[in-house]
Design a protein around this ligand. Structure first.
Ligand SMILES: Nc1ncnc2c1ncn2[C@@H]1O[C@H](COP(=O)(O)OP(=O)(O)O)[C@@H](O)[C@H]1O
Ligand SMILES: [Mg+2]
Length: 177
């Protein structure tokens, strides 16, 4: 489907990674110009719904829409990228069930990024997450990383090594997306 990652069309692609790891950036850079692919982002839905990506009160509704849109897009034949942390088994199970219903393959793209870099990137993120939450997610990530290897077939878990980029002047201290 693209030169970097060899994933068949009409797959469900699950991003896995802590807030600030670079999931949304990677997804946009890799699939943003591919008309066969669509990115569904829980943060974008939250923004659409609440007008604010920081608002966590509508989480249940946000994820209801998130899963519904993913299923719709898969049924339309799109390669669908589920852009959320997907660190909890419950969240991944929901996605596995959708893929099963739609009869499409699942791939997990895992952003395994060192904690210090995540914390640095978090400060430039659209919704800056409190540091204690990052630490908690880091622990969850370790567990998820091992669990996913058991949950998905061999070759369907792909480590994404995105090298740190130089930060442009505009990005320093400002919001970029
Ligand atoms: N490879 C990278 N090198 C440097 N900065 C990055 C990289 N990937 C993402 N970023 C920056 O880190 C911040 C968080 O990235 P984002 O894609 O929003 O992460 P996530 O979606 O996982 O929370 C953004 O400001 C983004 O520009
Ligand atoms: Mg994101």
């Amino acid at each position: 489907m693209n030169k970097i990652i060899n994933i068949p069309d009409n797959s469900l692609i699950i991003l896995v990674g802590i807030a600030g790891a670079g999931k949304s950036t990677f997804a946009k850079e890799t699939f943003g110009n591919d008309e066969r692919a669509v990115i569904i982002s829980s943060d974008d839905i939250r923004k659409r719904l609440c007008g604010d990506s920081k608002d966590q009160t509508a989480n249940e509704q946000v994820f209801e829409i998130f899963y519904r849109e993913i299923e719709e897009k898969l049924k339309e034949g799109k390669t669908t990228i589920a852009d959320a942390t997907n660190l909890q088994e419950r969240a991944r199970r929901e996605l596995y069930d959708i893929a099963k219903r739609c009869n499409v393959p699942i791939y997990a793209l895992v952003l395994n990024v060192p904690l210090d870099r995540i914390k640095r990137q978090n400060t430039r993120r659209d919704r800056v997450v409190p540091e204690y939450a990052i630490d908690r997610m880091y622990k969850q990530f370790g567990e998820a990383y091992h669990a996913i290897a058991q949950e998905l077939p061999k070759g369907h878990v792909i480590d994404i090594i995105s090298p740190p980029r130089r930060i442009t002047k505009d990005e320093h201290g400002g919001r970029d997306r």
